[in-house]
Write a protein that binds this ligand. Sequence first.
Ligand code: ATP
Ligand code: MG
Ligand code: FE
Length: 344
Amino acid sequence: PLILGIETSCDETGVGIVRGHDLLANEVASSVEEHVRFGGVVPEVASRAHLEAMLPTLERACATADVDLTEIDAIAVTAGPGLVGALVVGLASAKALAYALNKPLYGVNHLAGHVAVDLLDHGSLPSPCAALLVSGGHTSLLTVEDMASKITELGSTIDDAAGEAYDKVARLIGLPYPGGPHIDRAAVDGDPTAISFPRGLSTNRDLIKHRFDFSFSGLKTAVARWVEERRLAGQDVPVADVAASFQEAVCDVLSAKAMDACRATGATDLLIGGGVAANGRLRALLAERAAENKITLRTPRPALCTDNGAMIAALGAEVVSRGLRPSGLDLGADPGLPVSTIVV
Ligand code: ATP
Ligand code: MG
Ligand code: FE
């Protein structure tokens, strides 16, 4: 079936078109430039930008895929989690299309979409598959038994998300928002062993209660203290070394716990998803450790890791092929939708 996916949970207006696991179009319009001077996403600004970008983005996606809207079999849209004012723009657009075209509508989970997008690059998942979800607002270890119906959370961050930590640390060392890609680039010229930053929830005692949980706020505070001390002493801050050392602490914990999750669940495959999954060091370190542990690593191409419409279309295709019941036109946004609720 030919599926249209619409994503508006944060600051990217995404429209994707897929046929099963074939990606036909993935058009993304981002309002990130409008948020840079505020150092974070301004919800009202994001909502207005979605309104302005929706129709042109939809038209571009149809043109790229060379399909007419009347050929679409079903429409999938992000119902949550995300910014409520941003989500409603996507929902209203998807409902209008579903009604006008008389096609089924599916409200789906944005986080499950970050996982499902890998199907477009690497095909069907083995069951169970472990997944490391690392995004701007979430950081969890998951087991995926069935992409359309069964995702279980093994653990998650008890404070900041990994992407949030990247963004906050970037600000501390004077790199622009969003910080993740800037730290990724700056770290290439730095020494990851220059500064020893804490690995959250990794001591033997932590592991008893928090084996699959993460914590990044202590790391952020440690970076802030280190930078502050240098500045007070009148010394320059070695941006590349701080970036590389911070990044090593994040990626070390993420990959160690992801390997442990595979061990605990018997998963032979590990999938990564979410904006931070685009990170060069995370991909490299996971590849190294996965090889050591004989685990098959599934890394979607970086452009599919950050928010986009193809991930929603990919998840929609799974849901449709499983014959699940469509959502009604009274479908609402759920800003706090848990990852285990894949279809609303
Ligand atoms: P969520 O998916 O939890 O609702 P979101 O949709 O805002 O949050 P994503 O778009 O999945 O988040 O990811 C954005 C985050 O990814 C930002 O924090 C950004 O800094 C981070 N990010 C993007 N590229 C990279 C990279 N190369 N290295 C590290 N972090 C990155
Ligand atoms: Mg974004
Ligand atoms: Fe996201």
